[in-house]
Design a protein. Sequence first.
Length: 79
Amino acid sequence: MKEIEEIKKEFEEKIKTKSIEELKKVETHFLGRKGKVVDLFKTLKNATEENRKNIGQQINDLKSYVEETISKRLKELEE
């Protein structure tokens, strides 16, 4: 799904932040209640039943990637 790749690229640019405060903003931007990844889950209702499982898995993979990357980056910034 094209949107997933675009969001991943945007995230990879924004994760290069230099402060913990900025990192928290990035986290909210992507994982918050109105975040970009959360918005992707809302698109599932428009997907065909055949595509829903595949798209859902891609979104879950993206969410896990974002969470893990933010966690690693936070540890780097705290050092």
